[in-house]
Unconditional design. Structure first.
Length: 114
């Protein structure tokens, strides 16, 4: 089992910045993919960004150029730096850990006011 603990959500004005962190613990594989997905009310859960243990990163189209995902393998941590936030970025953000199976965090709310 893998446990994910998220932090850093909140309320911010449009154009502002927020940083989300996620720490994984438990049965951690040295080869894994971690990252973030988000889900707005009434919508499906969408990719924000994921990063492999070798550092390859994939971003969702709507966040490219604004969000940056990084990881610290020694601390089993991923950090999502979100800049130039827009009201449409408002959603619950979920940390994800993937090795054969998906593990999810409890979610953290990000609200961007216009």
């Amino acid at each position: 089992q893998v446990q994910l603990v998220e932090s850093g959500g909140g309320l911010v004005q449009a154009g502002g910045s927020l940083t989300l962190s996620c720490v994984a613990s438990g049965s951690i594989s040295s080869i894994n993919t971690m990252g973030w997905y988000r889900q707005a009310p009434g919508k499906q859960r969408d990719l924000v960004a994921v990063i492999t243990s070798s550092g390859r990163t994939i971003y969702g189209d709507s966040v490219k150029g604004r969000f940056t995902l990084s990881r610290d393998n020694a601390k089993n941590t991923v950090i999502l730096q979100m800049n130039s936030l827009k009201p449409e970025d408002t959603a619950v953000y979920y940390c994800n850990y993937y090795v054969q199976y998906d593990f999810w965090g409890q979610g953290t709310q990000v609200t961007v006011s216009s």
